[in-house]
Ligand binder design. Structure first.
Ligand code: ZN
Length: 210
């Protein structure tokens, strides 16, 4: 991924692979299934308010599960920036894989740049890309960290997710507002005590500033 200034041969950059996250939703089949599910749950679908519910359910789930395709743009770290870059409290919502109920919260992301950096706003897109899926929070945390590791090859990566799971709080397994916290730390963010503390201090602070 190198551009030239005209003196050397042009380096061709292969187009990015299509997003493997593209999801095919069979709307007709989903609406039929939603109708059956509601009926099986004892709903009277002739009731005025329920008549259009299968369609609305499918529209809502389709939206919740549709990740916008995006091209990760990374830049050479020309200035040799070597301090921790942290973006905290990136809001997200997702659907839990086990109950298909929402969980939502914030993501804190930090990395120690190596040769490449990424636009800060892109980090939110990375979170969203993995959030718009049937998910479990631990896996989503790891996926974000692995993605950054692969795309940026940084010297360290930290990802912390804090989320409330409706499947737990609504069913009384947890108090409303209780957050589940997951983290994935790689490289120097994991192994260097000072960097790890710095990252965790910054993520804690951004949480309290919400
Ligand atoms: Zn759940």
């Amino acid at each position: 991924m190198r551009s030239t200034n005209g003196t050397g041969p042009m380096t061709l950059v292969a187009p990015p692979a299509p997003d493997d996250h593209d999801r095919q939703i069979d709307v007709v089949a989903a609406e039929q299934a939603a109708t059956k599910l509601l009926a099986a749950l004892g709903a009277d679908l002739s009731e005025e308010g329920l008549r259009d519910t299968p369609r609305r359910m499918v529209a809502a789930y389709s939206e919740l599960l549709a990740a916008q395709a995006f091209q990760p743009t990374t830049f050479p770290n020309d200035d040799g920036y070597d301090e921790l870059i942290v973006v905290g409290a990136i809001p997200f919502h997702s659907l839990c894989m086990h109950h298909v109920l929402p969980f939502q919260g914030v993501a804190h992301i930090g990395y120690l740049p190596g040769e490449r950096i990424i636009g800060l706003s892109k980090l939110g897109r990375v979170v969203e890309r993995f959030a718009r899926d049937l998910q479990i929070q631990e896996r989503m945390t790891t996926q974000i960290a692995d993605w950054l590791q692969e795309e940026l090859e940084p010297r360290g990566v930290g990802v912390v997710l804090e989320a409330e799971h409706l499947c737990m709080s609504l069913r009384g397994l947890q108090k409303l507002g209780t957050k589940t916290v997951t983290s994935a730390l790689h490289g120097l963010v994991r192994d260097d005590a000072r960097t790890r503390q710095e990252f965790l201090a910054l993520t804690t602070r951004s949480t309290h500033e919400q």
